[in-house]
Design a protein around this ligand. Structure first.
Ligand code: SFD
Ligand code: AMP
Length: 626
């Protein structure tokens, strides 16, 4: 590509991504960098003010441990996370985030985020761990602090990171391209902090046709974190632990405020609550079937049993919940006031976070105080920060290790992947679920501090192979060349025997994942034979990926987003195949191994050899610390 300028940037710490974890990393890194005279650079594919999962805002902060008042302990939080993930969690990572998360929340408030307060000035809780916020501008507030900390001169927005630069087995930077200008970027760094979020649209979404693109988690989280770490040869964990959230149907409004704050019930077509009528099913999944709250995947599972038995639609009983709260008032005037208040809280929940849900309510004449809304299990997402667990396998903090854990969970620098120089946080790091927006920010701070320590102690110096970088540039820009070369070969350049456009490629990936790896169409069910067939089809798709074509920079980004998704898909299928049991019914069900097995109470990890492309599957032990 002759008309592509190559821009080279040298830095000490490179942060890839500009979301919650990256913003936390920027603030912390800036502090330590100033002390040690180091340079910190951040690259985001979008504009930080509204990039990532928090783009539209949020209506709650889902992790606040409240350690100061002593109401909760770190053990309470780790018990909650372990139980919710059916026993599979890295307790050292969860505790490390939990002991730092409150300070991230206090910083948000200091920076201007309005957190709800009661008459006594205490935070208003949605549930035990969740705080209500007026969060429309949450991301703007958090991004502003990050920008102030490292300075706009060190921030590259609208630059898409494709993959890692490696030197001598260590990570030495990243490469990417601008999505607005003909510029190819080489970022040379001593350490790289990976925070490019999770992966959406690996599976066929429920939203198709006119609704395509609507999802609960943002479509611009396209698996870049997983690709980056896999390509570098880093070990990954929990690649089978996808997250299936139950959401308001079609516009994907979250349910947390309804279940926790409004205490609403979900009922089937006959008005029955599956949490009551299907209680006995929980016995099959003990000990986790007996814990409180019932794990998210088991709540899903009870609902899915109703759906599979023809008892749908399932409704969130908003009208019943609102009436019940309002009826607790003492007189007519207070009742009317309360109804108004509840109505406004109900709308604000979505207007703060998932505006399309408010639009759908308006479009379907839905007044939540009068009419129930349908809910459904969404398509699978890869997200290490919510109730899924996929991500890189990272080192824990030294001070939380015991003699039992330290050989398995600690290798020098906190949150460093198994490849030196790569640090991960938020959706990019695995087995530390339930960090959400606040915990991702806190984990970003933790990881950045670890990365600065690595730079100071190891003093990594790298050599760069110009020929190898030129070859990467040619490979990355190839879809543009392919399009130019062949576009005149058909009357509609969308359809051409010499290449495939990224949208078609994405549809093919989504169809195979949906049908073979347990997507919506397959009621989240799969088995060995289906997965093996799916792997065959994925092999063909991988072969064809060299024929992706792009008409412009935007489509070039789409091409690489889909290659990233494809790698996430492969890691997922291989790990579901590896784990010969069903541990998370409601997320996926392996019909040939339909129950939980004691010998699978382990982490299922995987990695790819960067030289040979060979995959290795690894079992790692679960150690309980608390
Ligand atoms: O109710 C590249 N989340 C919620 N968290 C809460 O605390 N409270 C809530 O109320 C939450 N809910 C919720 C949530 C998310 C969404 C979408 C909705 C509702 C509708 C979860 C949190 O948002 C989530 O846990 C964190 O944001 C995760 O942080 P992080 O940093 O891991 O991911 P990110 O913020 O999405 O940022 C990713 C960044 O990477 C960039 N990026 N940059 C360069 N090159 C590439 N190739 C890149 N690929 C991606 C992105 O632009 C972005 O900057 S509720 O439903 O639970
Ligand atoms: P959601 O809106 O589903 O993402 O949930 C927001 C928060 O509430 C997360 O911390 C969930 O784990 C939690 N949550 C949602 N529904 C329930 C429920 N029925 N019981 C307990 N916790 C829930």
């Amino acid at each position: 590509m002759a008309n592509f300028e190559t821009v080279e940037v040298s830095t000490d710490l490179l942060i890839v991504g500009g979301g919650m974890a990256a913003c936390g990393a920027a603030v912390e890194a800036a502090h330590w960098a100033k002390k040690n005279n180091l340079k910190v650079t951040l690259v985001d594919k979008a504009a930080m003010d509204r990039s990532g999962a928090v783009a539209m805002g949020l209506s709650a902060i889902n992790q606040y441990v409240d350690l100061k008042t002593g109401k909760n302990t770190l053990k309470d939080y780790v018990d909650y996370v372990r139980n919710d993930l059916m026993g599979v969690t890295r307790e050292d990572l969860v505790v490390n985030i939990a002991r730092h998360v409150d300070s991230s929340v206090h910083l948000f408030e200091k920076w201007g985020l309005p957190i709800w307060k009661d008459a006594e000035g205490n935070y208003v809780h949605e549930g035990r761990w969740q705080l209500m916020i007026n969060g429309e501008s949450y991301k703007v507030v958090v991004a502003e602090a990050a920008k102030n900390a490292i300075g706009m001169a060190n921030i590259y927005e609208r630059v898409f990171i494709v993959g890692p630069l490696m030197s001598g087995g260590k990570c030495s930077g990243a490469v990417g391209f601008s999505v607005r200008e003909n510029k190819f970027y080489i970022f040379k760094a001593k350490a790289v902090m990976v925070a490019m979020g999770g992966a959406v649209h690996v599976f066929k979404p429920r939203s198709a046709g006119e609704g395509l693109g609507r999802a609960w988690y943002p479509p611009w989280n396209s698996g870049s974190s997983a690709y980056f770490t896999l390509k570098a040869g880093a070990e990954m964990t929990c690649q089978e632990v996808r997250f299936i959230p139950v959401r308001f149907k079609d516009a994907y409004g979250p349910v947390g405020a309804w279940f926790l704050l409004f205490k609403a019930r979900a009922t089937n077509a006959k008005g029955e609550s599956y949490m009551d009528t299907r209680k006995d099913e929980l016995e099959k999944w003990v000990p986790y079937g007996k814990v409180k709250p019932v794990p998210a995947n088991l709540r899903n599972w009870l609902m899915l049993l109703d759906v599979m038995n023809g008892l749908g639609p399932i409704f969130m009983r908003t009208e019943e919940a609102i009436q019940k709260i309002a009826e607790s008032t003492t007189d007519e005037k207070a009742y009317k006031k309360k109804m108004k208040e509840l109505e406004s809280e109900a709308w604000e929940d979505f207007l703060d976070m998932t505006i399309s849900q408010a639009i759908l309510w308006a479009a379907t004449n839905t007044a939540p105080e009068e009419k129930a809304s349908e809910i459904a299990a969404a398509e699978p997402y890869f997200i290490g920060s919510h109730s899924g667990a996929s991500g890189a396998w990272v080192s824990g903090p030294e001070d939380l290790q015991t003699s039992k854990t330290k050989n398995d969970y600690f290798w020098g620098y906190v949150n460093m992947a198994t490849v030196p120089g790569i640090f991960c946080a938020g959706d990019a790091s695995g087995a530390s679920s339930h960090k959400f927006s606040s915990g991702s920010h806190a984990e970003g701070r933790i990881a950045a501090k670890g990365a600065i320590q690595y730079i100071m102690k190891e003093k990594p110096s790298h050599s760069y192979d110009k020929a190898a970088i030129d070859a990467m540039k040619a490979e990355i820009l190839k879809p543009l060349d392919l399009f130019e070369q062949h576009k005149a070969g058909s009357s509609d350049p969308e359809i051409n025997p010499n290449y495939m456009k990224p949208k078609m490629f994405m549809f093919r990936l989504q169809k195979l994942m949906d049908e073979y790896a347990g997507g919506v169409t397959a009621q989240f069910s799969t088995n060995k034979a289906l997965l093996e067939k799916g792997m065959d089809l994925l092999t063909f798709l991988k072969e064809d990926s060299v024929n992706l074509a792009a008409k412009d920079l935007h489509e070039l980004m789409r091409c690489w987003e889909n290659i990233h998704r494809m790698w996430q898909a492969e890691a997922h299928m291989r790990t579901i195949l590896f784990r010969e049991e069903t541990r998370w019914p409601g997320y996926y069900f392996r019909s040939d191994t339909p129950s939980m097995k004691k010998d699978w109470e382990v982490f299922a990890n995987c990695k790819v050899d960067p030289k040979t492309g060979e995959w290795t599957m690894i079992k790692r032990p679960i150690h309980s610390i608390y």
